[in-house]
Design a protein around this ligand. Structure first.
Ligand code: UD1
Length: 417
């Protein structure tokens, strides 16, 4: 199994191009199934997860070609609305086929995703929404079977859910009548999905707001080209990395508007940040003020940057508190950060971070995508050598991370264990 080896202590300097957004492209890939056609998606990150989703589309009868971040998806011959356990267990985003399958076939067989590395991740909102729209859902040998012609309904999510908003939007697109989603997620990934579905001919009102109204349309226009938005989480990871190591880096192909709260927190930390329409430049002198942070739905601080933020706060000149209000158990990185010398304490979903002067390089282990990113950032800032194992997690969510960091002057390489 591959490992990442880092000799830490070097500042990051230069320019890096941010890839397309993983969390936007995965549901959009499944949305290509709703209406038979030949689609071209551009700015698609070359990741384990985008390749896994490609395999899923092939398993249901479609074809997928992927070169130079452009993906051709042909869904004309898709005829098997089944997402098996083998795929769903490796990537929960496979669950996004539920809405598209119901839209196209009035039938879906999707393995019920279990928990994940950081605890339970329920799907009850997705199922209740489909039931309100007329689906009959049963569980057979771990697989959810959903059947029935869908009609419009008013759905009130008790909590903001990116996944349930996406699935419901896709299910409602061809349903009979009007669907209203109250308390909808307005993450940029959802807005990108709304834009894709609107291009498909969907009638969706309330883009970028917490109330989405979808008028079901019997006819759509499948088959077109679409550009995926930049990945705000990858961008945020690089920004936090520079804050940790010091240096000056310009991020290209990024949307600064998607990172509002992250940028303002990084300014509180003591970095200097300038941005224009599609680039951000960060300068850091390694001065790190302690800044408390609580994750929240967009436009709040993303849960997907919580682990990286913790790595940063470990080296702050004082104490801070980090609360994850989206996923209360998402703290597996703490035990690994402690191996670098971090001083951390967790009660429920509240982590107390005591700032320390230095990290010391150590062998550590990745536990999930974002936890791995936090370990890489900590290792870049640490004195001495670190080895990060189980890095297949990082390959799920970051394209060419070691090449991008090498381009910024980091001493990082991938080795075979
Ligand atoms: C969440 C994040 C998303 C991130 C992803 C992977 C939010 C709002 N969502 O999305 O930005 O990219 O993790 O890290 O920040 N919930 C239920 N029942 C459901 C669905 C969700 O109780 O059926 C709860 C979850 O337990 C969680 C909250 O609602 O506490 C938000 O979940 P949701 O947005 O659906 O999770 P993801 O789509 O995984």
């Amino acid at each position: 199994m591959d490992k990442i080896v880092i000799n830490g202590g070097k500042p990051l300097n230069g320019e890096v191009i941010i890839s397309g957004a993983k969390n936007a492209v995965l549901p959009i890939m499944t949305a290509c199934v709703i209406e038979p056609g030949k689609y071209t998606l551009n700015n698609v990150p070359d990741l384990r997860d985008t390749r896994t989703m490609g395999r899923l589309i092939e398993m249901i009868g479609g074809s997928v070609q992927f070169h130079n971040n452009s993906m051709q998806i042909n869904t004309i011959n898709c005829d098997k609305p089944v997402a098996p356990y083998e795929l769903v267990k490796t990537m929960r985003a496979s669950f996004y086929v539920l809405g598209p399958f119901m839209s196209r076939y009035n039938y879906a067989e999707v393995s019920l995703p279990g928990g994940c590395a950081w605890g339970p991740r329920p799907v009850d909102f997705h199922l209740k929404a489909l039931e309100a729209m007329g689906a009959t859902i049963s569980l057979e040998r771990g697989n959810l079977i959903s059947k029935g012609e869908l009609h419009g309904a008013e759905i009130d999510f008790e909590k903001v859910s990116v996944g349930a908003t996406g699935n419901t939007l896709m299910a409602a697109l061809k349903a009979n009548g009007k669907t209203i989603i109250n308390n909808a997620a307005c993450e940029p990934d959802i807005t990108d999905l709304v834009d894709f579905l609107s291009k498909l001919g969907g009638d969706i009102k309330g883009r970028d707001t917490t109330k989405l109204t979808i008028q079901g349309m019997p006819e759509l226009n499948g088959g077109f080209e679409y550009d995926i938005i930049p990945d705000r989480i990858e961008a945020g990871t690089f920004l936090i990395g520079v804050a940790l190591t010091g240096g000056e880096v310009t991020l290209r192909n990024v949307n600064p508007e998607h990172l509002g709260v992250v940028i303002s927190k990084l300014k509180e930390v003591g970095t200097d940040i300038q941005s224009d329409d599609n680039s951000i430049t960060i300068r850091s002198s390694k001065k790190i003020n302690p800044v408390d942070m609580t994750t929240a739905a967009y436009p709040g601080f993303p849960t997907d940057l919580q682990a990286q933020w913790m790595a940063l706060m470990c080296l702050a000149s004082g104490d801070s508190t980090i609360i994850d209000d989206i996923y209360h158990d998402r703290f597996t990185h703490m035990a690994e950060l402690s191996r670098f010398g971090a001083n951390l304490h967790l009660v429920d979903n509240v982590a107390s971070v005591k700032g320390i002067e230095k990290f010391y390089g150590a062998p550590v282990m990745s536990t999930d995508i974002r936890a791995s990113a936090s370990l890489i950032l900590a290792a870049l800032a640490a004195d001495g050598k670190s080895e990060i194992s189980r890095i297949y997690h990082i390959d799920r969510g970051y394209e060419n991370i070691e090449l991008k960091l090498q381009g910024l002057g980091a001493d990082i390489k991938r080795t075979k264990a």
